[in-house]
Design a protein around this ligand. Structure first.
Ligand SMILES: [Zn+2]
Length: 311
């Protein structure tokens, strides 16, 4: 299977049920290439990355969606962030203080430990839209997300996630409000469907969705997945949107971070090492500040002359 980095929307023609399929291949490998994560951490991060894109696909917003797992377990922080333009980045911070070095629990509830899953939206105008917070539970990330959807009074939603060294994928099914299917392609006949029939269809598509194997999710094309699962239904597959790895770090952000850290602290690092190097946790890019840069950070007026001649 060649690389694909896509988010694909689909819609049941006769029921108010929609779905999304997401695949990260090259973007996933770019996301983890600088890190040597243990397999279980890497795979959980991949599931979180796929999940953040699926969540973003269901919400209309311009900004950044963060899916954060925080707890007292070996992984104390896992963060997947995607923009409304489908740029993705993520990281996991973990302790090596496990009983057997190099081994981590496989249940996500043990891996993150007692803690929470938080979904936050940060819109481009800087406002924060809090979405929801639920306890981390169960074997896999999808179970905590299930509770998130149930608790946050969102639309009934199910999702399936899978990640390995090569890629991360996910499928989401969501029942929309209302009683109308979208109508067959090319017609205006959005026919009302009775509620019992929608209930039945929603139950049925969830059961069928659960039969999708990780191997199928990873290797079949989206058209094949839908054919394999929902052959009995008319499902419309829309044009895919590209997904890509994108870090939002910048020299300006790092400068702001150093200014937040304070002049004394920054100068002491400078004195000790001759320069201040800050590496981005997400993409491993190094930002280096020499003496002139540090001067500029804390005394912009003075530093603008610093590179010039001495009077
Ligand atoms: Zn970065």
């Amino acid at each position: 299977m060649h690389d694909r980095d896509t988010l694909h929307r689909f819609m049941f023609e006769h029921y108010p049920i929609r779905g999304h399929l997401v695949h990260l291949d090259a973007s996933w490998r770019a996301l983890v290439e600088h890190r040597e994560y243990a397999e279980v951490i890497r795979n959980t991060l991949g599931e979180a990355a796929a999940a953040s894109l699926l969540l973003a696909a269901t919400i209309k917003f311009d900004g950044v969606l963060s899916l954060q797992l925080q707890g007292a377990g070996p992984i104390h922080l896992m963060l997947a962030q995607c923009t409304s333009g489908l740029g993705i980045r993520g990281l996991a911070r973990y302790t090596d203080n496990v009983e057997h070095p190099g081994t981590f629990p496989t249940r996500v509830a043990d891996l993150i430990g007692p803690g929470n899953l938080t979904v936050t939206l940060e819109t481009d105008d800087g406002a924060q839209r809090y979405q929801g917070i639920v306890p981390i539970t169960g074997e896999r990330l999808a179970e905590s997300l299930q509770i998130y959807f149930e608790n946050s009074e969102q639309l009934p939603t199910r999702l399936w996630l899978h990640a390995d060294a090569h890629g991360a994928s996910g499928m989401l099914l969501q029942r929309l409000p209302g009683q109308f299917g979208v109508g067959a392609a090319g017609t205006d006949a959005a026919m009302p469907v009775d509620v019992a029939a929608i209930d039945d269809a929603w139950r049925r598509v969830q059961l069928i969705g659960a039969t999708l194997t990780p191997a199928e999710l990873h290797s079949l094309s989206d058209a094949e997945i839908l054919r394999r699962l929902f052959n009995e239904d008319d499902v419309r597959l829309y044009e895919p949107s590209p997904v890509y790895f994108r870090c939002r770090c910048s020299r300006e952000r790092v400068s702001g971070m150093l200014q937040g850290l304070g002049e004394k602290e920054t100068r002491s690092v400078l004195a000790e090492r001759g320069e201040v190097e800050v590496r981005c946790d997400f993409c491993n890019r190094a930002y280096v500040f020499d003496a002139v840069d540090v001067e500029q950070l804390f005394n912009p007026g003075v530093a603008s002359d610093a590179g010039g001649s001495v009077h």
